[in-house]
Write a protein that binds this ligand. Sequence first.
Ligand code: G6P
Length: 612
Amino acid sequence: MCGIVAYVGEKEATPIILKGLKRLEYRGYDSAGIALLNGGLNVYKKKGKVSDLETSIQGLDLKGTAGIGHTRWATHGEPNDRNAHPHFSENKSMAIIHNGIVENYAVLKEDLIRKGHTFISDTDSEVFIHFIEEVQNKNNCPLEEAVRLALSKVVGAYAIVILCKDNPEQLIAARKGSPLVIGVGEGEYYVASDATPIIEYTKEVVYLNDYEIAVINKNKQLSIRNIEDQPTTPYIQSLDMELDSIEKGGYEHFMLKEIFEQPKSIKDCMRGRVLAQEGILKLGGINQYLNKLIHADRIVIVACGTSWHAGLVAEYIFEDLARIPVEVEYASEFRYRNPVIKEGDVVIAISQSGETADTLAAIELAKSKGAIIMGVCNVVGSSIARATHEGAYLHAGPEIGVASTKAFTAQVTVLSMIAIIVAKNKGTITESKYMELLYALDSLPAKVERALKQNDKIKEIAATFKDATNFLYLGRGCNFPVALEGALKLKEISYIHAEGYPAAEMKHGPIALIDQEMPVLFIATKDNSYEKVVSNIQEVRARKGRVIAVVTEGDTHIKDMAEFVIEVPSTHEILEPLLSVIPLQLLSYHIAVMRGCNVDQPRNLAKSVTVE
Ligand code: G6P
């Protein structure tokens, strides 16, 4: 969703901000803009891509060493030039960029209009800066104090940066609920909604906490106070991220790069944690509450999107290995449902970005009811990682493509590791099964590599089905969530309507859709439900549906039944999703490319959904 980039220092701000906004494009947006101190305080903004903004400002004199930039994902008001950020205050001495939503903006706006303010846009963000200005005028105080006072009246979520004509060497930033990172350079500062725009300039960063306000002056120490006006000492940490991890590295799209990175990302995820030869499996981050997990009556998993699918896979794994009942909840439903959570219940929150607003709210709710929250996140230092009691990082590296791929496989890997640790400690698996699982984990990266070798074949299949209008994905057991994930991937990036179903459930509805036009993708690997899935394939064939089957290497039986088969290596049954999902990712990728879709930034979608 919305992206923030700001700079104050000695360098030219515009190129830094524009480049940074491009790095944030992956988050999803529909307009872009910058405000710059170049003589006066000027705002330049445009509907569309950052490149459209660049074209519109070409030839202008944009020299200035302090500026703020924004990519907007429309919430209040349609995407157009007028609603794009930055927004001016009434007297145009200040400009704001804002991520999040001001929930009480209508009341504030009405009051401000009564006081003579006029508004150019339909946004809550413009109200925000007018309100701050009003508070400053009323109290005749420095800007940071006005921001502090104003924030105590604002309901909602925000990450803001303000640039003011009267303080040309200063930025004011604040956060609640929306992430903000400050990069600390030599006498200069960068501010962004995640570290990607900052990494090429400095690795020293400060993550702002909720309710903190930062006064950022070039050549001065960073000063942070909270909303109660207490000073806090900035905690500077070093980013463990390389520039090439956020660049395409020769691939046409980030999504393809990330699909092909999976042997490595799964390996990185297990590095130092799975030591199969020694019979060791350890996850340092979950030790403190491991006993709670072992003795839990049930586990509740909260997540959204692809992470929710990883949660569904985990349900099969936990129940099978650790014999703990698991409920997998959409965070957005859970948070508004008055859920039954007891003191000491264990909740696992899964989130790639660690910033998903609904998941964060679900965590806060469960915490308030006394639950222990474990996080499974990719982004280090993210809001969810910090809101949980403990957890395990994915270590999958930055995921830039909006459609999640390597994060899903890393999530399933981490969740499998947790389940195996619990099962071993609980005694619900034998020592030999434990060792078998460890070796199965250990051999995964090589098997994923083998699964990726089917790429050319999958490309051919994509060419056959690229004009389909519907797709059905069917699987059973822990491959049912994979069917859901395959359908989601296709929908997200190719805009083809696709549904995932448990294969047996097909008879209760989707079978009515099957005719000679309908591609049906079966995940038919050799596991417990193999024979049953074979019967389901026959049912589809009998109705002339076009069958694509993901099968275990060497399966000749299904080859005779399906129009296309894609082979994946065999593995332990509970780890099958890690291999069976690979062809589904590739299929949706190739179909989307062939349909001319913007794979990395699909329409209307955001990578990090920071509003509910
Ligand atoms: C968005 C993204 C999805 C992601 C979901 C949950 O919808 O486009 O790829 O699965 O959010 O995000 P999270 O960061 O919490 O895993």
